[in-house]
Design a protein around this ligand. Structure first.
Ligand SMILES: Cc1ncc(COP(=O)(O)O)c(C=O)c1O
Length: 448
């Protein structure tokens, strides 16, 4: 097999003059939280980025197949977004929401225009965790109920509220943060009780939401929170009808439905702008982060005027949420996604890659499942297709080999057994072919 060749880039990186990777690692060990984790036996250090590519300190270029974990929507250092940030930085960097500010107002109007139904009122915060915290607060205040249903295999953030609704042992500390939170079965067709071959799987998994309401709550709930495709859980796509039935059960119990679009929003799923739309539902509250800012610390909660009005019972304030610089960036991100047809690109290339992955599955026994929508694609590795024993070590080995060949990938799933491909949405067909060639070589190497 010939060595895969990374498609060319017109970007010329600057010579790197900063501290060595060894020095940065030593500084990190001494001065940064030991809770941070690194990929790769020899950690990689990225020093420059342009669109779908990143460079390490030696000048080696990589296709960014992880996009800072779906954070880079439009492309690294996209010129239109950099220009918007620079102009706003040079004009007014911060102005509290106590004063009128044009950027946040214009941005809120544009963001709201992307959402269906009555989802028109935006609250800006700084991270996905904060967005979910605020969404849960709104759900509890609006309904007057406390219990929340979330899903197993979910990840919703690293603060107390986010961790409470997360159900993934690696991310949960043994402190009492989950009071009032109940986890229903994940609608995970590959590993769950109902498989891809069951046309009723969506409804059957949703029945577990009803069962949790009946057994574990007073019968009244504040709400339900779910990612539209489970991200950290390994890009688990729900069977058709799941959210529709789950939402019915929640609303019948007095709750509101929260869609966590932190990884799935902004056109990534290809067919739709929002992941929840792929399930044919309209949530009551939507949380978003990551891709929304293309790397800037921006996140949002968008809801209906009725639900948003609960925050007017008191003062609710967030110092940096929607400050002029991130608002200018957020608006520029929406403009790029529109102008460059990035949603369509996600659809076209997502389909193309998925077809390629299906072919690789026929060739490599280690591939148990391939799944995903648009440019959010997962490859679950198993030691044995019959037992589905997770192939955690092989997954790590595939990532190492891919890195050597110039491709950065992510991994997810409870055991770190699922490869995650979620690049900036500006990748090309040549990048897609490169990805498939690298994966082919990496699966061969992992099996050897
Ligand atoms: C689906 C989902 N929700 C929430 C979060 C938390 O976002 P943040 O890390 O910005 O707090 C993440 C982060 O990975 C996520 O994937």
């Amino acid at each position: 097999m010939t060595t895969p060749v990374l498609p060319p880039s017109s970007h010329q990186p600057k010579p790197y003059t900063g501290p060595s990777a060894e020095k940065v690692l030593a500084l990190r060990k001494e001065f940064l939280s030991p809770g941070l984790f690194l990929y790769y036996k020899k950690p990689i250090m990225l020093v420059e980025g342009s669109m779908q590519y990143v460079w390490d300190e030696t000048g080696k270029r990589y296709l960014d197949g992880l996009g800072g974990i779906v954070t880079i929507s439009a492309g690294h250092c996209h010129p239109h977004i950099v220009k918007a940030a620079r102009e706003q930085n040079e004009t007014l960097q911060h102005s509290t929401t106590i004063y009128l500010q044009p950027k946040i107002a214009e941005y809120a109007e544009k963001l709201a225009s992307k959402l269906p139904g009555k989802l028109k009122v935006c609250s800006f915060v700084n991270s996905g965790s904060e967005a979910n915290d605020l969404a849960l607060l709104m759900a509890r205040l609006y309904t007057g109920n406390y219990d929340v249903i979330a899903l197993r295999n979910a990840y919703h953030g690293g603060n107390a509220a986010g961790m409470a609704v997360t159900a993934h042992s690696s991310w949960k500390f043994n402190v009492p943060h989950s009071f009032g939170v109940h986890h229903a079965q994940a609608p995970y067709c590959y590993r769950g009780n109902y498989g891809y071959d069951d046309p009723e799987a969506g409804k059957k998994y949703a029945d577990d939401v009803k069962s949790v309401i009946d057994y574990a709550t007073s019968g009244k709930v504040a709400g339900f929170i779910a990612e539209s495709i489970q991200g950290v859980g390994g890009f688990v796509v729900f069977p058709d009808g799941y959210l529709q039935h789950a939402y019915e059960h929640i609303r019948a119990a007095g709750g509101v439905c929260i869609a966590d679009e932190v990884q799935t929003g902004f056109g990534r799923t290809g067919t739709h702008y929002w992941g929840f739309e792929t399930q044919g539902v309209i949530p009551d509250i939507v949380t978003m982060a990551k891709s929304i800012g293309n790397g800037a610390p921006l996140a949002a909660v968008v809801t209906t005027p009725e639900i948003a009005s609960v925050l007017a019972q008191k003062i609710h304030f967030n110092t940096f949420g929607g400050n002029p610089v991130v608002s200018a960036i957020g608006k520029a991100v929406l403009e790029v996604i529109e102008k460059e047809n990035l949603q369509q690109n996600s659809l076209n290339l997502g389909r193309y890659i998925l077809a390629g992955l299906e072919k690789l599955k026929q060739k490599h026994a280690i591939i148990g499942d391939v799944r995903g929508k648009g440019l959010m694609l997962g490859i679950e590795l198993v030691k044995d297709r019959a037992t589905k024993e997770p192939a955690k070590e092989a997954c790590a080995a595939v990532l190492e080999k891919a890195r050597d060949l110039g491709l950065l990938l992510g991994k997810g799933g409870l055991w770190g057994q699922t490869i995650r491909f979620s690049p900036p949405m500006c990748i090309t067909k040549a990048d897609a072919d490169f990805l498939l060639e690298v994966l082919d070589a990496a699966f061969d190497a992992a099996a050897a």
